[in-house]
Design a protein around this ligand. Structure first.
Ligand code: DX5
Ligand code: ZN
Length: 219
């Protein structure tokens, strides 16, 4: 389901014992499933290890968008591309060799994503844009779901869109995306939306995905 905008629900806070059932509920309405990988070093939180993540990637009925919040990202990113993640996003703050890693992700057949923490300026990384398929602008400090959307990041989204020009690079926002904030992000130029708590705290997660898509597309 590849349109000009994408909803990529985050399963970060889904109850692991019912993960497959929760993914199944939203799969049909979602474009990719956003998988947050944290190592308790790059961010103060720990999620799936590689074996567990690989199982999720293999079992997921729709493509996986892996967001790697890990220190050893130049090595780990390639493992995710190898086991079939559709999109692999590395944090520029964690990478020692971003150009090389982004190129290798693509060579392995995945889409290459580059993520920026709220304090990281896009201007310093404009030269990386020719090597990526998606730019992830964090709208919270990475580490936890349920935080407040940082509206001041919209300036970075706008500037990124200018720098990207007509290249077919997705602009993703992650953190605090909800019915209240998604239109703001869309208006600034984002086209790919991660939503964790907004989707999974809703009484009907699939309906919330449809509503978010509609709200973003309404503009
Ligand atoms: C935070 C993660 C997000 C998180 C979003 O570091 O990268 O993907 O799951 O959760 P919400 O939508 O609740 O902010
Ligand atoms: Zn994320």
């Amino acid at each position: 389901m590849y349109n000009d905008l994408r909803i990529t629900p985050s399963i970060l806070n889904v109850d692991h014992s019912i993960l497959n059932a929760e993914i199944a509920r939203i799969a049909e309405d979602s474009d990719l499933i956003h998988l947050d990988i944290m190592d308790n070093l790059f961010v103060p939180n720990l999620t799936w290890d590689f074996a567990a993540a690989e199982e999720i990637i293999r079992n997921c009925p729709i493509p996986i968008d892996a967001h790697l919040m890990v220190n050893d990202v130049d090595r780990i990113a390639l493992d995710y591309a190898r086991v079939g993640a559709e999109s692999v996003t590395i944090h520029v703050e964690a990478s020692d060799a971003p150009i090389q890693t982004l190129k290798e992700i693509r060579k392995l057949g995945a889409r290459a994503g580059l993520a920026l923490k709220p304090g990281t300026d896009i201007e310093n990384y404009a030269d990386l844009l020719s090597n990526i398929d998606m730019l992830l602008i964090m709208t919270v400090e990475p580490g936890f779901g349920g935080q407040k959307f940082m509206v001041e990041m919209m300036q970075k989204v706008r500037r990124s869109k200018e720098l990207i020009g007509d290249r077919p690079i997705w602009i993703q926002v992650d953190g605090g995306v909800s019915m209240e904030t998604i239109a703001i992000a869309r208006e600034a130029g984002a086209d790919t939306f991660v939503a964790g708590s907004a989707v999974f705290n809703a009484p009907d997660p699939a309906e919330m995905v449809r509503m978010l898509r509609h709200r973003a597309g309404d503009l």
